[in-house]
Design a binder for this molecule. Structure first.
Ligand SMILES: *Cc1c(COP(=O)(O)O)cnc(C)c1O
Length: 388
């Protein structure tokens, strides 16, 4: 059987061949393999220059200052650094933290650790369409609130949050705002010159870069966000993130973000077209529910539940396409999605949720194959289903 059609871009993307070509130039003796911290010879200095060019590319995509970018091993570490880092410098009296029930585990699991460490945490409920109402954030603020963490685009439903509205509220109250932008960077415009966001997490492998590298934006102007590091060592990244910089991964992330800046608008328009074609093809089956907001969603994610069919049964019936149930991270535990549960979805919608996610290399033919295979499988399974 040929490789299945890949429609799981929200879990990870393939590395763009242009990015891979750059990455391999920073590994071997004939490449720029030096340690960027070795300032005594050209090997190190060339590597350091490459790191700074990459930093400028990543910053440019956000209209940020390169000095505001801290390299990390991914968005998980960036989230950990932001949350632990801010809460650690806010010992008494500010120990309250606000997030939402629909966040990624890379925020929610940090919250559990923060709670054990004595932080008070409020979890905002989403509306049934997945959006967090800014009013709910305003109502949850307390005099001792230090930090709010809310994601930009949800990785399961693709719902886009109004981070500008969140930031307007946090600014007014002198509270810091962290945004997990792993699913939105390079897909939606992000302008740190105008967005009232203080910390923002990025990942390379959701944007055609390699796994194992990401960055945290840390605002320096007008106010400098203070953070306590997670890692201590060689003092890299202004002491905020010790460890030898992985030049090859950083250069690759820089190239991936540079390409995204050039191609984002056209690419998102194409992806939206394929996503709409997939939706139009599947909705004809009847008994199809869209999990998420009908308009305020990213182009590449379509989360659907098919009445009377569990996601597991459907996935087993469509080996021709690679999709996921809920999110890859929650499907490990085989638990129904915490995101859909928080949105108040019925049991059948939680059990039946399948996430289709499209990207740069998706073709019209991929979509036609997906519509045909899913439609046939849904009809077959429904015919077998005892529940009418
Ligand atoms: C993928 C993802 C992460 C984790 O990013 P890594 O770089 O894999 O650590 C965090 N948050 C969201 C919203 C994601 O989609």
């Amino acid at each position: 059987m040929p490789e299945p059609v890949y429609l799981d871009y929200a879990a990870t993307t393939p590395v763009d061949p242009r990015v891979a070509a750059r990455l391999i130039q920073y590994l071997t003796l004939d490449g720029d393999f030096g340690n960027p911290s070795s300032s005594t010879h050209p090997y190190g200095r060339t590597a350091a220059q490459a790191v700074e060019i990459a930093r400028a590319h990543v910053a440019a995509l956000l209209r940020a200052d390169p000095r505001e970018m801290i390299w990390t091993s991914g968005a998980t570490e960036a989230n950990n650094l932001a949350l632990h880092g801010v809460m650690a410098v806010n010992r008494k009296p500010r120990r309250h933290f606000i997030t939402a029930k629909t966040e990624h585990k890379a925020v929610l699991d940090v919250c559990r650790a923060l709670a054990q460490d004595g932080c008070a945490i409020s979890y905002l409920d989403p509306e049934p369409d997945g959006r967090i109402a800014p009013d709910r954030l305003a109502a949850a603020l307390r005099p001792d609130t230090a930090l709010v963490s809310l994601m930009h685009v949800n990785n399961e439903t693709g719902v886009i949050q109004d981070i500008a509205a969140f930031g307007a509220i946090t600014r007014q109250h002198g509270v810091l705002l962290h945004v997990d932008a792993a699913q939105s960077a390079g897909k939606l415009p992000l302008d740190m010159q105008t967005l009232p966001v203080d910390l923002l997490s990025l990942s390379a492998h959701k944007l055609y870069g390699p796994k194992g590298v990401g960055a945290l934006y840390v605002r320096q102007c007008p106010v400098r966000v203070r953070l306590q590091p997670l890692l201590y060592g060689g003092g890299q990244e202004r002491g905020l993130r010790a460890g030898t910089l992985p030049t090859h991964q950083i250069v690759a992330m820089g190239e991936a973000f540079r390409i995204a800046g050039e191609e984002m608008v056209a690419e998102q328009a194409q992806i939206r077209e394929w996503r709409d074609r997939l939706w139009r093809g599947l909705v004809e089956l009847g008994g199809v529910a869209l999990n998420g907001h009908p308009e305020r969603h990213i182009a590449g994610i379509l989360n659907l539940s098919f009445a009377r069919i569990t996601a597991e049964a459907l996935l087993a019936a469509i080996p021709e396409i690679a999709v996921s149930t809920g999110s890859a991270c929650t499907s490990v535990g085989n638990e129904p999605s915490h995101v859909l549960r928080a949105m108040g979805c019925d049991e059948w919608r939680m059990r039946g949720a399948v996430r289709f996610s499209l990207g740069r290399f998706t073709t019209g033919e991929d979509i036609d194959v997906a519509v045909a295979t899913v439609s046939a499988a849904v009809r077959r399974l429904r015919a077998l289903s005892p529940l009418q």
